[in-house]
Design a binder for this molecule. Structure first.
Ligand code: NAD
Ligand code: TDX
Length: 351
């Protein structure tokens, strides 16, 4: 039995669905169902006895203690977080609450649970904390990509809150011996991503012939990884990573934002030859404190754990565009907010 937090969000729901295609091992999925949590992502496993969904907060110690005692998981994968940089700029409080306090409370419960395990079970237990490349701060164009030893220099309230959680996870290993693994991954894209993030926002707006907002000069660089590659990396690290180590995960796909947006327009113009999408690209005010460049050196995971991404950006972006084209009802539900009402009504049945 494994215990996943944040499993109704973008990466979490992809992880849960992918896990259940690869393994018969049960998953407990705890998610607070904030605006970013959508049980509709998990419809195909709603009746699957291997998937146990619980609505709740990682900061709720009583609930976490009860789950740990009842289900005795062999591993925890912590994906629950507030994840959107722009939201963290407008209102950082929730980021502090979940990403810092929530992770701390979860770690405290896990420490007690782990201490009480038998020696053999204790050794095999893992707490895998999913983090981001944003904790390393911004790179100049001539600087080498982030390695695991790069100094932490988070610039947004989001990345500062993730950096804090990474430090707590590290300290729980150093001080208490908790067998933790930390992953720092680059920008993900793929099915079920909330259309507030660049790639789904651009696809969804383009299909509605709405402006495609590009912050500042659009030359900021990110490294992009298809979400199922992130999921396969997490699985690999969970099974073969060394406790106390951190692993960078990346796609070797550094691209400026303008190129991402133009690529999406070009693919859509192939699919709809009579429609123009490029003219929707609109330069808008820059994000305050906007990091210029992230780049991941993923040699450690490649050399030590034999992991490589399966998708290139070219294959992954096409899969993603087609997913959004084929799931316009999912998008519409989010845009109208109907998904929240639907979850309330169907929650019991979905559990
Ligand atoms: P997301 O916002 O789509 O999903 C987060 C999920 O966590 C949601 O389902 C939400 O309901 C849940 N959640 C929020 N607060 C909670 C709480 N207090 N208790 C329980 N559940 C809670 O985020 P995502 O993009 O899937 O990211 C998942 C993790 O991966 C985050 O830790 C994020 O920092 C990290 N990450 C994301 C990316 C990316 O590009 N999306 C890249 C690297 C790392
Ligand atoms: O409308 C937009 N226009 C635009 O130019 C949006 C939403 C974004 N951008 C830019 C900002 C970034 O340079 O595109 C780039 C990507 O933006 P986001 O999709 O908001 O992602 P980012 O800020 O890079 O952070 C993401 O990757 C790392 C995730 O949201 C984080 O959770 C993850 O840790």
């Amino acid at each position: 039995m494994i215990f996943v937090t944040g499993g109704a969000g973008f990466i979490g729901s992809n992880f849960v669905l992918d896990w259940l295609t690869q393994s018969d091992e049960k998953i407990i999925n705890l998610d607070k169902l904030t605006y970013a949590g959508n049980l509709k992502n998990l419809l195909t496993v709603a009746k699957d006895p291997r998937h146990i969904f619980i609505q709740g907060d990682i900061a709720d110690t009583q609930l976490i203690d009860q789950i740990l005692t009842q289900y005795q998981p062999r591993a925890i994968i912590n994906l629950a977080a507030e994840s959107h940089v722009d939201r963290s700029i407008h209102g950082p409080e929730d980021f502090i609450q979940t990403n810092i306090l929530g992770t701390f409370r979860l770690l405290e419960s896990v420490r007690t649970y782990w201490n009480n395990l038998s020696t053999a079970t204790k050794q095999n237990f893992r707490f895998l904390h999913v983090s981001t490349d944003e904790v390393y701060g911004s790179l100049a164009s001539n600087e080498p990509a982030f390695t695991e030893n790069h100094r932490y220099q988070p610039n947004s309230p989001y990345s500062a809150s993730k950096a804090s959680s990474d430090h707590l996870v590290r300290a729980f290993h150093h001080t208490y011996g908790l067998p933790v693994l930390t992953t720092n991954c680059s920008n993900n894209y793929g099915p079920f991503q909330f259309p507030e993030k660049l790639i789904p926002l651009v696809i969804v707006n383009a299909l509605a012939q709405k402006p495609l907002p590009l912050y500042g000069d659009g030359l900021q660089i990110r490294d992009w990884l298809f979400v199922l590659d992130h999921c396969s990396a997490i699985r690999r690290i969970l099974e073969t990573g060394i406790p106390g180590e951190t692993y960078n995960i990346g796609g070797w796909n550094e691209k400026p934002n303008i190129e991402i947006v133009k690529t999406i327009c070009t693919i859509l113009e192939e699919i709809y030859p009579n429609v123009v999408f490029h003219n929707l690209i609109t330069s808008v005010k820059d994000r305050p404190g906007h990091d210029r460049r992230y780049a991941i050196n993923a040699i450690k995971i490649e050399k030590e754990l034999s992991w490589k991404p399966a998708e290139t950006f070219e294959t992954g972006i096409r899969k993603t565009i087609h997913w959004y084209l084929n799931n316009q009802e999912w998008v519409a539900d989010i845009q109208t907010g109907a998904y929240r009402e639907w979850i309330k009504k169907n929650y019991t049945e979905l559990r």
